[in-house]
Design a protein around this ligand. Structure first.
Ligand SMILES: Cc1ncc(COP(=O)(O)O)c(C=O)c1O
Length: 392
C-alpha cells in the first residue's frame, strides 16, 4: 500500500522535535550536531531568537495579504537587496525552483520584447541542480531527474561544467538567450566555478548580449563568506536566483535582476499568491540585516577557516577514507574514497548530520553562526566517523 506521504524521499530514520542553534533534538533527548542546516536553509541556526521574534511579531499582526495590495515588508526587503547587490529590482517567490521558473521566463521575455524571440535557448551545465519544476529539471538535464517526465521543456543546451572552450563555442549560436550557472555547484558535489570562468562568462555575455543568470539558491546569502558568491570573482550577473538562506527556514525565494534584464516583466506577466507575503518578508528582512553586516561576514570567513583547517587535517590523517576538501566559506565538501553515503550514515550514529552530494562528496553546510566549540565538536565526531568507516 502506498504510504500516506507520497514516497518520493529516501528518509533517514531520524525525527526531530526541537532545534537549538546548530543542534537538532529527538523526542528521547538525543542531540545531533547539524552540519546540514536543512541543506543551507537554516543560515542562522534553529529557533534563532531574532528570527523567531520577527516572525511572531508579524504573525500577531498580519499573516497574508494578496499582491493585489502594497506589502511594506516586501518593499523593505526589496530595497535592502537592491542596496546590497547589482540588482535594480526583485520578485519574491517561495522556493528555489520557483525562482528558476521566473529566471527562465524573464530571459525569454527579454528577447521576445527586443524583437528576437528566436533567442530562447539557455545554456546550462552538467551536474547542475535548479529545482524540480519542469523548467528546473529541463535546465539541469540529468537523466536521474528527467527520466519519465518527457516531453521536457525545450530550449536548454547542456555543457560540461566549467569547460570554457565549450562555452565560447556555444555562445556563438544566434539562438542563445542566456547562460545559467551555479557559482558553486551544490547538489553536483560542492564544485566552485573558478573566478576566471565566471569572469569569462561575463565577458562573453557582454560580447553577445546573452544574459548572465546565476543560481545562488544554495551558495548565496553569505554562505561562501560574501553576501553572494559571485562577488568573489568581482563580476555581477544580469539575473540571479535566490532562496534557502534568505528565509532562514521560512519558505522564501527571490529573483534579482538589472532593470534592463527585467524590462520584459511588466504588469500581468508573472505572479504568485504567496510570494513576498508579510511573514516571509518579516523574517527575510531580519536575515538580511544580520548576514549583510561586514562583521558577520568576517566571522563567517573565520569560522570557515577553522572548519576547513580541521577537515584538511582529517583528510591528511585518513587518506583511505577521504580524498580532498573543496568549496568556499561554509559551503564545504569532502570528496570521499569510501562511499559518501556510508560516511553520512556513520555520522548519524555519531550524532552528526551531514548531506551527501554528487561526485561522492559529503556536504557540510552548517549554520553561518555556528559557535566555535560546535565546530570543534563536529571535527571530533568526524574523526570518530572516519575511524569507523576506514577500510580494514
Ligand atoms: C542551486 C539550487 N537551485 C535550485 C534549488 C531548488 O530549490 P527548492 O528546493 O527551494 O525549490 C536548489 C535546491 O537544493 C539548489 O540547490
Amino acid at each position: 500500500m502506498i504510504p500516506s506521504v507520497l514516497p518520493t524521499y529516501n528518509r533517514a530514520p531520524l525525527s526531530f522535535v526541537k532545534g537549538e542553534g546548530s543542534w537538532l533534538i529527538e523526542a528521547d533527548g538525543r542531540r545531533f550536531l547539524d552540519l546540514g542546516a536543512g541543506i543551507a536553509v537554516n543560515a542562522l541556526g534553529h529557533a534563532n531568537p531574532a528570527l523567531t521574534e520577527a516572525l511572531t511579531t508579524q504573525a500577531q499582526n498580519l499573516w497574508h495579504v494578496s499582491n493585489l495590495y502594497q506589502i511594506p515588508q516586501q518593499q523593505q526587503l526589496a530595497d535592502k537587496l537592491v542596496d546590497a547587490t547589482f540588482a535594480d529590482t526583485v520578485f519574491f517567490t517561495n522556493s528555489g525552483t520557483e525562482s528558476c521558473e521566473l529566471a527562465v521566463k524573464m530571459a525569454r521575455k527579454y528577447w521576445h520584447d527586443k524583437g528576437q524571440p528566436e533567442r530562447h535557448v539557455i545554456i546550462t551545465f552538467d551536474g547542475s541542480f535548479h529545482g524540480r519544476s519542469s523548467a528546473g529539471i529541463a535546465a539541469a538535464g540529468s537523466e536521474k531527474m528527467t527520466k519519465g517526465f518527457a516531453p521536457l521543456l525545450p530550449g536548454f543546451r547542456h555543457l560540461p561544467f566549467g569547460d570554457h572552450d565549450a562555452i565560447k563555442e556555444a555562445m556563438k549560436q544566434p539562438d542563445v538567450a542566456g547562460i545559467l550557472i551555479e557559482p558553486v555547484q551544490g547538489e553536483g558535489g560542492i564544485r566552485p566555478l573558478p573566478d576566471v570562468c565566471l569572469k569569462g562568462i561575463r565577458a562573453l555575455c557582454d560580447e553577445t548580449g546573452a544574459l548572465m543568470m546565476l543560481d545562488e539558491v544554495q551558495c548565496g546569502v553569505s554562505r561562501t563568506g560574501k553576501l553572494f558568491a559571485h562577488e568573489w570573482a568581482g563580476v555581477s550577473p544580469d539575473i540571479m536566483m535566490v532562496a534557502k538562506g534568505i528565509g532562514g527556514g521560512f519558505p522564501l525565494g527571490a529573483v534579482l535582476a538589472t532593470e534592463d534584464a527585467a524590462s520584459g516583466m511588466t504588469a500581468g506577466t508573472h505572479g504568485s499568491t504567496y510570494g513576498g507575503n508579510p511573514l516571509g518578508c518579516a523574517v527575510g528582512n531580519k536575515v538580511m540585516e544580520i548576514v549583510s553586516d561586514p562583521a558577520f561576514l568576517e566571522d563567517v570567513n573565520r569560522k570557515a577557516g577553522l572548519l576547513r583547517q580541521g577537515l584538511e587535517s582529517l583528510v591528511a590523517r585518513f587518506p583511505d577514507v577521504f580524498e580532498s576538501v573543496r568549496g568556499l566559506g561554509l559551503m564545504l565538501g569532502i570528496k570521499c574514497k569510501v562511499t559518501n553515503v556510508d560516511v553520512v550514515k556513520a555520522a548519524y550514529d555519531a550524532g552528526l548530520l551531514t548531506v551527501p552530494a554528487g561526485d561522492n562528496v559529503v556536504r557540510l553546510l552548517p549554520a553561518l553562526n555556528i559557535p566555535d566549540e560546535d565546530i570543534a565538536e563536529a571535527l571530533n565526531r568526524f574523526e570518530k566517523v572516519a575511524t569507523e568507516v576506514q577500510p580494514s
